[in-house]
Ligand binder design. Structure first.
Ligand code: NAD
Length: 301
């Protein structure tokens, strides 16, 4: 913390750096294989907020030379029809990666998607195989938002090893995988959730706080220790404005570094998804289906 306020951890420069590497990798892939890798983006039913997000992804694909394919499934489609569509993408050799936009219509169980996705094309790390690889410390596909929360710290040279990190949120897509990734970085990790008693006690104890709760303004400055680093994953619409889960104004008076919303984790998430896609394409090109040998992602000590 300084009199000028905290260091802003901006996503845009990091995302640009990541996209530049992806563009090179895509060009190299294209040079070797003669075609660009394809990302299939599946949208079940029309949903305005996710349609905006999907368009951003498709635009990012275009910028780096990845072919984006939007697969629209009517909102009234049955579970069997959705499964059938995903199986067709699994079998399509041109498609390297598949993401399915959430939330699904309420009557479609999440397992319809998760269990059907080919883990080798599951570039957002939803499939139990990828979740299992992450929890055992092997290199699988990581849930992209959780990956972005950690990558933003890494690329901002914020040390994680040995530091106390508190996660607020334990969802399978963000909180839980981010906690596992912080463990991989040798942090000492506390996971809080909606039933945590005395949340402020745990956030105040932390040197790094990562918040993914979906509750606007949940974390205020008085819940942070002076000099804390704050990563706000939350995206909420309040009075037509995007806000995070952290009350930016009060947190900025206490934190040493903080991600803004919008403009923090979001752009990095978007860029990292492209790296996952390229990795899937490379793995499938070299070993057929992409289920290669297992590799440990870091030291277990
Ligand atoms: P979720 O609803 O699945 O999970 C929320 C988690 O927060 C749960 O584990 C819950 O126990 C916890 N929680 C809720 N209220 C709490 C409280 N009062 N105190 C402590 N813990 C509480 O949500 P999610 O999918 O993990 O998403 C979390 C946030 O991240 C949302 O705002 C979402 O929009 C945002 N998000 C951002 C990106 C991105 O790219 N930046 C991507 C995905 C999600």
């Amino acid at each position: 913390m300084t009199s000028e306020g905290p260091r802003l951890l901006l996503g845009a420069p990091i995302a640009a750096e990541i996209r530049a590497t992806v563009a090179n990798d895509v060009a190299a892939f294209r040079g070797r294989r003669g075609f660009a890798p394809t990302l299939a983006v599946v949208l079940v039913g029309k949903d305005a907020p996710s349609a905006v997000y999907l368009n951003q992804i498709l635009r990012s694909c275009e910028k780096v030379g990845i072919t984006g394919r939007l697969v629209e499934i009517p909102g009234r489609a049955s579970s069997a029809a959705i499964r059938h569509e995903i199986e067709a993408l699994n079998a399509d050799p041109m498609v390297a990666g598949i993401i399915v936009q959430m939330p699904l219509p309420k009557r479609i169980p999440l397992t319809v998607v998760i269990d059907t996705l080919d883990p080798a094309k599951d570039i957002d790390g939803l499939h139990p195989r990828n979740a299992g690889l992450l929890s055992l410390g092997y290199d699988g596909f990581l849930p992209t938002t959780a990956h972005a929360a950690v990558e933003i710290l890494k690329r901002s040279s914020i040390p994680m090893s040995g530091r106390r990190v508190t996660l607020v949120g334990r969802s399978n897509v963000v909180g839980k995988p981010a906690a596992l990734l912080m463990l991989r970085e040798h942090a000492t990790v506390t996971i809080c959730h909606s039933r945590t008693a005395d949340l402020a006690h745990h956030t105040r104890d932390a040197e790094i706080v990562i918040v993914a709760a979906g509750v606007p303004g949940l974390i205020t400055g008085d819940m942070l220790s002076p000099g804390a680093v704050v990563v706000d994953v939350g995206i909420n619409v309040v009075n037509d404005r995007l806000v995070g889960d952290v009350d930016f104004e009060s947190a900025s008076r206490v934190a040493s570094a903080i991600t803004p919303v919008p403009g923090g984790v979001g752009p990095v998430t978007n860029a990292l998804l492209l790296t996952h896609l390229v990795r899937a394409a490379q793995a499938q090109a070299s070993n057929g289906r992409g289920h290669g040998a297992l590799h440990l992602a870091g030291s277990r000590q």
